[in-house]
Design a protein around this ligand. Sequence first.
Ligand code: CMC
Length: 428
Amino acid sequence: MPKDSLSVVDNRTGLSYELPLADGTVRAMDLRKIRTGEDDFGLMSYDPGFANTASTRSSITYVDGEKGILRYRGYPIETLAKNAGYLETAYLVIFGRLPTAPQLANWERDIRHHTMLHTNIQNLIETFRYDAHPMSLFISSVASLATLYPDSRDVMDPANRRLQVERIIAKVATIAAFAYRHNQGWPFNGPDDSLSYVGNFLNMMFKMTEVKYEPNPVLEKALNVLFVLHADHEQNAGTTAMRVIGSAQGDPYSALAGAAAALYGPLHGAANEAVLSQLELIGKPERVPEFIERVKKGECRLMGFGHRIYKNYDPRCRIIKKTAEEVFRVTGSNVLLDVALELERIALEDEYFVSRKLYPNVDFYSGLIYRAMNLPASLFTVMFAVPRTCGWLAHWLEAFDDPEQKLMRPRQIYDGPEERGYVSIGAR
Ligand code: CMC
């Protein structure tokens, strides 16, 4: 009997099966041969939330949730946050290797080439109400880009895919900045090619009447760190949405709008917005114990805590916490940081959180940095979506090179009614 196999006895029939094992997995399709008879469809696996299902092979991001390890293409997140620029990280995430100096210069030039937004999209943004949620605006605008670039539907052409990737990475920053400016009621700022990707993003958001916008170096560095930390996180809900939509071979703008829509949920990327509301609700450190009791009674969740994969301290959170302290040295402290620190301190000692392995996640401290930059909480998820774009695109591209990938179409267990006769409306 091969060692790398699973022996299964089906007690319904008494039959035995040998299922091959590889990479710590059993192939779900191998279960199909386990049947009670000719009419039986065969065994399926049932996995709501895909909590124990690998849907793909991927060489982009490695996460060990028990040990709190995160690496992009083998490089520890701590090293990248310390040394790499966002576009350098995006290149690594997408192409699998750190760029050489000329490769990076070309990559930056190619992305800069696409930072301007067609006036149709600017006009579209202006049609939204002044208080439209910027994430809704972001999702709609990204989806609308497909109308301007119909060539993007030619997804089987690798050169065309690369063109769209450059275009999207460039344009999401402009859309995000314009969404912010629209909410503020300020005119849009065009891109400044002399700045870094992050510096230009700050320029498009914050430039007022000055002739040349000079980003604050501490804030630019902090935002760069945040962008590097958010670049990818393997098969989360947003990335899975990107892969599912991409598997139907539609254009990448539509797929990316879908990924961003998944990110917009409060259990996913909108948790950073919810964290800030919660910190404001608590208001001062003395009120933390009372709030923790409410969480333990199940009245609400402690937002920014817990993770499907991390059962240890989220390594991104540790870096963001340190970055927040650096930012606060420039912008002045904020009582909400004290509330967050007290929440973390109490939660990490409390049996409820300890026994469930609930630790602060990436969203716990990031909102505090954005708030220190005077950004409204509604923009926080957009600040997540912009850097995550390179991760979504890397996964979208990876699927094209994987011969095993196909249209994603899960099964279900049907538990609705058997066939019924139609009853006319008057007789119901
Ligand atoms: N506060 C209080 N209790 C919690 C929390 C929390 N934040 N998270 C999980 N639990 C409890 C939950 O009630 C359950 O307890 P019990 O076993 O008594 O029923 C147990 O922990 C396991 O929870 P789960 O919902 O089965 O775990 P999950 O893996 O499905 O949830 C999660 C992961 C991220 C959805 C969840 O931890 C959560 O809702 N956290 C708050 C929202 C948040 O911060 N999301 C950002 C995630 S990181 C960034 C990203 O992915 O975008």
